[in-house]
Design a protein around this ligand. Structure first.
Ligand SMILES: Cc1ncc(C[n+]2csc(CCOP(=O)(O)OP(=O)(O)O)c2C)c(N)n1
Length: 363
């Protein structure tokens, strides 16, 4: 049983890959190796998307390198295709591990005909109904109240599904965040709020954003447990998320978890991070790579695959990426006609007039 409101982040694996405390592992070898592959897949896709952005194939992207333990741990601690997710725009590892097809994600980034929204959402604002992943909204913190609403509906309907809502620490200084967490906790709604604290809201360091000693303590204000977890430790994140999900599923109301992590890349495609943080700081966190830590753990357990096997897996993800990219690109790009589709069953007159006008313009 993990305790809420600890002073130090909850951790199961140390930097050197050894267990920080004795614990019983409720995961088999195949599952541990799948977690490893999920972390690699997220990393490879993240790195591959930078040149895609620079080539102008998409216009916006939010990197997740360095945050894999947090995001993959969340996916492994909850029930895929059963629970409902309100993620945020940086959740690349989470959505892939939940089962969102790579091609669906890439099509959304390209805005090609294969995109479920046909290019009408901003890039990196994905959604996937099949995997219970709600659409991203750019306005920070605006998805907290809708997530609380989903959880209240789940309680009302008496299902054993829960809602998982993720966000950066910056979101916790938005009024919407407080309104949403209050609404969920007051209703004892089955909502798991998870803060991916990567320590910067664009250029603003977390220490300049809140006077609270960490994010987890904010649970006190709403009468819900707040867990402080080492977000570079995939097994700790998965274990705390699983414990919290079971507590919520048993009808105890909402929970807040903070995963302390770090964003290695820039905030998005349009900021110069050397203006607000030092190279040394970034390098010190690069040295705490969650993927390397998990590999050290697998090595100590005697189950780390041979280097050639790991390299072959990197190669297969790259091939999968290229295939998804080329088929998505080959589906072509929407034309102006889609501006008038999918909103009204019968197009109102004024829009029908505008469609005629735009058609003439485009002939
Ligand atoms: C309401 C609102 N204010 C400001 C912005 C501009 N903005 C976009 S991302 C961001 C930082 C968010 O930081 P955080 O929640 O910590 O997530 P991170 O990007 O660090 O993962 C800001 C201020 C916005 N999108 N919405």
């Amino acid at each position: 049983m993990f305790e809420a409101f600890t002073n130090q982040p909850i951790r199961l694996i140390g930097e050197d890959g050894s267990r920080t405390q004795p614990f019983e592992l409720d995961l088999g070898v195949d599952e541990l190796l799948q977690i490893h592959r999920d972390m690699i897949r997220s990393r490879v896709c993240d790195e591959r998307l930078i040149p895609i952005l620079r080539q102008g194939k998409t216009s916006f992207y939010a990197q997740s390198t360095g945050m894999e333990a947090t995001q993959i741990g969340i996916a492994w601690g909850t029930r895929k295709k059963h629970d409902w997710y309100w993620p945020y725009y940086r959740d690349n590892g989470l959505i892939l591990t939940l089962g969102m097809p790579l091609k669906r994600w890439i099509s959304q980034l390209l805005g090609s005909n294969d995109d479920v929204c046909k290019g009408r959402q901003m890039p990196q604002h994905f959604s996937d109904p099949e995997n219970h992943i709600a659409s991203i909204c750019s306005a920070i913190g605006s998805h907290i109240a809708p997530a609380a609403g989903t959880a209240i509906a789940q309680k009302y309907l008496g299902t054993d599904e829960i809602t998982i809502c993720t966000f950066g620490e910056g979101a916790t200084s938005e009024g919407d965040w407080h309104a949403g967490v209050n609404m969920a906790s007051a209703n004892k709604a089955p909502c798991l709020f998870i803060c991916e604290n990567n320590q910067y809201a664009i250029s603003l360091n977390v220490r300049d954003q809140t006077n609270s000693k960490n994010i987890a303590v904010k649970g006190h204000a709403y009468g819900i447990p707040g867990f402080y977890v080492d977000g570079q430790d995939v097994l700790a994140v998965r274990a705390v998320v699983k414990q919290a999900a079971e507590y919520i599923r048993a009808g105890n109301g909402s929970v807040l978890i903070e995963c302390l992590t770090y964003r290695i890349g820039t905030h998005s495609s349009s900021d110069d991070d050397s203006r607000y943080r030092s190279k040394e700081e970034v390098e010190s966190w690069r040295a705490q790579d969650p993927l390397v830590r998990f590999e050290r753990f697998l090595e100590k357990e005697g189950i780390l695959p041979a280097r050639e096997e790991i390299e072959a897996y990197y190669g297969s993800v790259l091939a999968e990426f290229e295939e998804a990219l080329s088929t998505s690109d080959a589906s072509g790009y929407p034309t102006w006609e889609i501006l008038f589709d999918d909103v009204y069953s019968d197009l109102p007159d004024h829009l029908a007039q505008q469609a005629i006008y735009v058609r003439e313009e485009n002939l």
